[in-house]
Design a protein around this ligand. Structure first.
Ligand code: NAD
Ligand code: ZN
Ligand code: ZN
Length: 389
């Protein structure tokens, strides 16, 4: 089959690789109809995740048709059309029972690597390095899906791929980020980053009752999307000082909650980022604080800083004194996608959400290298790339 393979920094290639096979009897094989490139893939593309090997198959946002199931799969059957959540979860461990699927303790066969980096392990993730299990990803014609009775959600035939594909990751991610904000009537939520995750965080904040959402980015088309799709107020951080603007827009108090939908490669920052073994220093283009630092400093006293943005190893210069002295709560995590798929599908069916609004590019799988390039560099007004094998 064809698959999108990682070969190094800024180097992905579509190659012929062996078809996946059932390895455990709880597996299913999915023939992929649609698959997307995520901001999290950019951390791999940028080389910020250490445990990648040349030839690893990328992709953790995908859906398609079940073409084969192991003998222990009970719920899924051949022919079902499913969306697959990006964290791999057993459904039975201590964490899965608490719906903390992204920290499942049974799904990462490389737990020892994760423990070295993070102290303890977390769930396996498709196409997301050997730290999270070395699972082949879904930017391919087929994928093997472990614990097939736990993760994949069967979707109604009358909903197009465009409407349901993002249940795999970014829609639940934006939603969980907003849910973490404990939004009450009258609340103002500020969102750093108007990428796909930021857009869904903005939409979810309104759905959950925010009175105002203020969106921060530098790309006009992304800010425009936040205004037009979601009625957000916007700040272009290349034109305004974010801290000053937020203070002014909130009567001096600061937003009730701040969402960092940017993550570790925040543009133009002095972030120093280091791994346990591999030390990598990102040097500053300017003295702008990281999105996370800015979010903490801007948040009102007693507020919440919610961090869907992905961080890898150690991040310096987080103003923890500000967090402590001003009673700020920080919430973060890889999304517990399985928890949100069904309720969000219902919202899509009811027409409360139309996730297709973020898609700007449909490409053939063969064009994955181009897709990565324009998504990373925000060229061709790209917000979200969906590929079709
Ligand atoms: P993206 O690259 O499309 O969006 C990031 C946006 O942040 C861009 O529009 C960029 O211009 C903006 N930005 C960069 N620096 C900024 C700064 N200093 N201030 C304000 N805005 C800034 O990526 P995405 O797909 O939207 O993903 C966003 C983040 O969410 C990534 O870190 C990704 O890894 C993470 N993510 C997390 C989960 C999870 O489970 N927690 C799931 C999916 C994605
Ligand atoms: Zn993702
Ligand atoms: Zn589990």
């Amino acid at each position: 089959m064809k698959a999108t393979c990682w070969h190094g920094v800024n180097d992905v290639r579509v190659e012929q690789v062996p078809d996946p096979k059932i390895i455990n009897q709880g597996d299913a094989i999915i023939k992929i109809s649609s698959t997307a490139i995520c901001g999290s893939d950019l951390h791999l593309y940028d080389g910020y995740v250490p445990a990648m090997q040349a030839g690893d198959i990328l992709g953790h946002e995908f859906m398609g048709e079940v073409v084969e199931v192991g003998s222990k799969v009970g719920k899924l059957k051949v022919g079902d059309r499913v969306v697959v959540p990006f964290p791999i979860a057993c459904g039975q461990c201590f964490f899965c029972e608490q719906k903390l699927f992204s920290v499942c303790e049974n799904s990462n066969p490389n737990a020892h690597l994760a423990e070295k980096m993070w102290g303890r392990s977390a769930a396996g993730i498709f196409g997301y390095s050997h730290l999270t299990g070395g699972y082949a990803g879904g930017q391919a014609e087929y994928a093997r899906v472990p614990y097939a009775d736990v993760g994949p959600l069967v979707v109604p035939p009358d909903l197009s791929d465009e409407k349901v594909l993002f249940l795999s990751d970014i829609l639940p991610t934006g939603y969980m980020a907003a849910e973490a904000c404990d939004i009450e009537p009258g609340h103002v939520v500020a969102v750093w980053g108007c990428g796909p995750v930021g857009q869904f965080a903005i939409q979810s904040a309104y759905l959950l009752g925010a009175e105002r959402v203020i969106a921060i980015d530098r790309f006009p088309e992304r800010l425009q999307m936040a205004r037009e799709v979601s009625r957000a107020e916007t700040i272009n951080y290349e034109q305004l000082d974010v801290a000053d603007a937020l203070r002014q827009m909130t009567g001096g108090r600061g937003p009730d909650a701040c969402i960092d939908a940017v993550g570790m490669e925040a543009h133009g920052t002095g972030l120093t980022y280091a791994y346990d073994r591999i030390k990598h220093a990102m040097r500053m283009e300017s003295d702008r604080p990281t999105a996370l630092r800015e979010a903490i400093m801007a948040c009102r006293n007693g507020g919440v800083v919610s961090v869907p943005g992905v961080y890898g190893g150690f991040s310096d210069k987080i103003p923890f004194g500000s967090v402590m002295n001003r009673s700020i709560t920080i919430k973060t995590g890889q999304t517990h996608v399985q928890r949100y798929m069904r309720p969000l599908l219902e919202r899509i069916v009811r027409g409360e959400l139309d996730p297709a609004c973020v898609i700007t590019h449909h490409l053939d799988l063969d064009d994955a290298p181009h897709g990565y390039e324009i998504f990373k560099n925000k060229q061709e007004q790209c917000v979200k790339v969906v590929m079709h094998p």
